[in-house]
Design a protein around this ligand. Structure first.
Ligand code: HEC
Length: 149
């Protein structure tokens, strides 16, 4: 009898710890965090499935990405440091990914970047951006981080 009581008491803190772990995994991801390895790992998978076809498996973008194509759209830019993704703050990158070029770019700009708001949750978008950020040098991460303040 005494033993069961002790076991019961032990179980509570364990359950509380598990709840905290779950909450911190989903609720706290409201920015791109290259130091959050869980987000980076998930983001890598999501990047491969949703972004790599245009932005490249290696994040290098499409060839001649600065030159408009015949249909007036631009090719997909790199997301590594050779592009300009790291020149933009987190919120802009988030909005661009969620709403696509049509939702964010100025009127008249013809965009080939689709919006992912229908198929990726906000946390998934932050995970993809966490992964992209994790591929920049610490120097670029710090400079881009300065834009977020
Ligand atoms: C069908 C091709 C295509 C796919 C798929 C795609 N993109 Fe893009 N993306 C583009 C193009 C093209 C641009 C260039 C800007 C424009 O034309 O709107 C762009 C621009 C961007 C930008 C703008 C900021 C910048 O300077 O780099 C971000 C951020 C971005 N894409 C993120 C993503 C993410 C994250 C995914 C996957 C979830 C993704 N894209 C999937 C084509 C694509």
């Amino acid at each position: 009898m005494k033993r069961t009581m002790a076991m019961k008491h032990l179980r509570l803190p364990l359950i509380a710890a598990a709840a905290v772990a779950l909450a911190s995994c989903s609720d706290s991801l409201t920015s791109a965090d290259a130091t959050n390895s869980e987000a980076v790992t998930l983001g890598q998978t999501l990047y491969g499935a949703n972004c790599a076809s245009c932005h490249g498996k290696d994040l290098r973008g499409q060839p001649n990405w600065r030159e408009p194509q015949e249909d007036g759209t631009l090719p997909a830019p790199p997301h590594d440091e050779s592009g300009h993704t790291w020149h933009h703050d987190d919120q802009l990158l988030f909005n661009y990914t969620k709403q696509g070029g049509a939702g964010v770019a100025p009127p008249g700009f013809k965009s080939a970047m689709p919006g992912f708001g229908e198929c990726l949750s906000d946390e998934e978008i932050w995970s993809v951006l966490s992964y992209i950020k994790s591929r920049w040098s610490l120097k670029a991460q710090a400079r881009q981080g300065g834009l977020n303040k």
